[in-house]
Design a protein around this ligand. Structure first.
Ligand code: ADP
Ligand code: MG
Length: 440
């Protein structure tokens, strides 16, 4: 009996964990796909456009020639190497909307700019490199441009949209296309969903020729361009499956004046859970683009997601973490983070968790909410004391312990000289931490 209920609990916790990953990520980054599909696998690794295009090129997917540059001199050399008259200098950050985005200290400078000489390539690179680019996706903080991509100018006839995501409802990858390319596709999906055309495909069989033909009809792709579209779409669908992508988006997908269909932008994200089988992709990771606290937590084996509130939460188990966040909100507070230290966290991990929490200057109070199932409350109590020794607590700390060795754990805390607000039960804990944060 004990065994059965333990297993049941384990599975419930496991599914809750999956759900929370999605919910939190979806809420945070609104990775809700256009066309209202339910996307699976919301924990993803992002890469830069130039890296995605390199993967495309290797897979035979048509992209313009381009070279990455980290200095104005390199940008000038890249322009010369391309050999054409028109090139485009594109800021490389993990966010879209660069074409309309502007440099924070120079609002005339956009993140994507056409250039007609090596000198111009150099001066645009100079205006972008090392500066903060603010786009609709970066928020007001912007993102620092460390590299630019100098790409051959494309003779565009039409700009279309193409994206692939996994649809949780059908359990299949779905290719979405629209004639409304180059613009904000989320807006199209919201206002005119009938303008988005979808084709689901089986991961083993790939996208079929008839599916491409049907899409081409709807997109008004005709003549030789159909073969070109078929080549690109089938190869992209294959790449999506082979590399365990969570999203592959080309916006705009262009039809050139000569009728070729090619990728002018490239956004590729990978499912974190499958990265273990793509070691080569890990090399493409750019930690500077990721939230530093999340990177640190990841190294310590903690599930951590930064949020915007002022109450730091240290909880074990994803389901409990979600309930804790809900209760904080119910009592008028705002969680500063989601943090699951896991079932078997050791002292060092918990100390690191405190370091991360207290390192967030928005945090005005911390709630430790532990249910000792696998984890013993004494471990947490000792970890709290150790963290106090190492980190020091500069904000009120509310602790609620339940479960294995709870009495011993409470005793350890009570006998210490650490200033702790103890709580009985979830509601009491939430009320106390919200009050403490509001009083700060
Ligand atoms: P973002 O989506 O971040 O704004 P894109 O790569 O989509 O960046 O570029 C924005 C726009 O710049 C595109 O919609 C396209 O019109 C133009 N553009 C981008 N790359 C090229 C290129 N190689 N040649 C010509 N125009 C380009
Ligand atoms: Mg784009």
């Amino acid at each position: 009996m004990g065994c059965v209920s333990f297993r049941l609990l384990y599975f419930l916790a496991f599914f809750a964990h999956l759900a929370v990953q999605k919910t939190v990520r979806l809420a945070l980054y609104s990775t809700k796909s256009p066309a209202g599909l339910f996307i699976t696998s919301a924990n993803t690794m992002k890469i830069h456009e130039y890296q995605a295009k390199e993967l495309f090129r290797n897979a035979g997917i048509a992209v313009p020639e381009g070279h990455v540059a980290t200095t104005p001199e390199e940008a000038a050399a890249a322009y010369k190497q391309l050999g054409g008259e028109i090139a485009v200098v594109k800021a490389q950050i993990h966010a879209g909307g660069r074409g309309k985005g502007t440099i924070k200290t120079n609002r005339d400078q956009r993140g994507v700019q056409l250039v007609r000489s090596a000198e111009e390539a150099s001066s645009v690179a100079e205006a972008l490199l090392g500066k903060e680019l603010e786009t609709i996706q970066t928020g007001p903080a912007g993102k620092k441009v460390k590299q630019v991509f100098v790409e051959a100018g494309c003779d565009i006839d039409r700009e279309l949209y193409l994206g692939i995501v996994v649809d949780r409802a059908s359990g299949l990858p779905v290719l979405m296309t629209s004639e409304e390319g180059g613009v904000n596709i989320e807006e199209v999906a919201e206002k005119t969903p009938e303008l988005i055309f979808k084709e689901a495909f089986h991961p083993d069989q790939g996208l079929q020729k008839e599916q491409v033909e049907s899409l081409c009809k709807k997109l008004n792709i005709t003549g030789d361009s159909v073969a070109s579209a078929n080549d690109l779409m089938t190869k992209l669908c294959k790449l999506f499956v082979e590399l365990d992508c969570s999203i592959a988006e080309i916006n705009p997908l262009v039809v050139t004046k000569s009728g070729q269909v090619m990728a002018l932008d490239a956004k590729v994200n990978f499912d974190d859970n499958a990265l273990f089988r793509h070691k080569e992709l890990l090399e493409l990771r750019d930690l500077d683009e990721e939230d530093p606290a999340e990177v640190r937590a990841g190294k310590a084996g903690l599930s951590y997601v930064q949020l915007e509130g002022n109450i730091g939460c240290l909880v074990n188990g994803a389901g409990l973490a979600m309930s804790t966040m809900d209760l904080i909100k119910l009592h008028g507070g705002e969680p500063a983070n989601f943090l699951d230290v896991g079932g078997g966290a050791q002292t060092e991990q918990v100390t690191e968790a405190f370091r991360i929490l207290l390192g967030d200057k928005n945090v005005k109070a911390v709630l430790v909410n532990i249910f000792g199932g696998i984890m013993q409350c004494t471990t947490i109590a000792n970890a709290v004391l150790e963290a106090y020794k190492q980190v020091g607590f500069n904000v009120p700390l509310v602790v609620r312990l339940e479960g294995t060795e709870v009495e011993e754990g409470r005793k350890i805390l009570a006998e210490s000289d650490v200033d702790i607000i103890t709580a009985e039960g979830l509601t009491d804990a939430a009320e106390k931490v919200v009050a403490a944060a509001n009083a700060a």
